[in-house]
Design a protein around this ligand. Structure first.
Ligand SMILES: Cc1cc2nc3c(=O)[nH]c(=O)nc-3n(C[C@H](O)[C@H](O)[C@H](O)COP(=O)(O)OP(=O)(O)OC[C@H]3O[C@@H](n4cnc5c(N)ncnc54)[C@H](O)[C@@H]3O)c2cc1C
Length: 61
């Protein structure tokens, strides 16, 4: 993925993004859904995970 290479975004060996506890992958770049799986866990892919991601991101900005 060009963005990962261009911005040197950190990924785990499994390919998922390594993000902060506020779901920030790079300055002002936040993730939700599957991309947040290493931080939120399996629920990241459902509505409950989307709500949790929204709270985490909103609380950090
Ligand atoms: C078939 C299916 C069934 C599901 N069933 C369930 C279920 O029963 N229970 C459950 O908890 N979860 C379920 N899910 C998962 C749930 O739908 C997602 O976890 C949730 O919708 C994620 O919410 P989100 O707001 O992060 O992303 P999304 O709902 O995907 O919203 C992202 C929005 O951003 C918009 N967008 C994308 N790119 C851009 C852009 N460049 N510019 C502007 N807008 C953009 C999209 O159009 C979309 O409206 C299901 C998913 C699928 C596919």
């Amino acid at each position: 993925m060009p963005l990962i290479q261009d911005e040197k975004l950190k990924c785990a060996e499994c390919g998922y993004p390594i993000v902060t506890e506020t779901l920030e992958w790079a300055p002002n770049l936040y993730v939700a859904g599957a991309l947040a799986e290493l931080e939120i866990g399996l629920i990241s892919r459902n509505i409950s995970g989307a709500r949790q991601a929204a709270k985490m991101i909103a609380n950090s900005v």
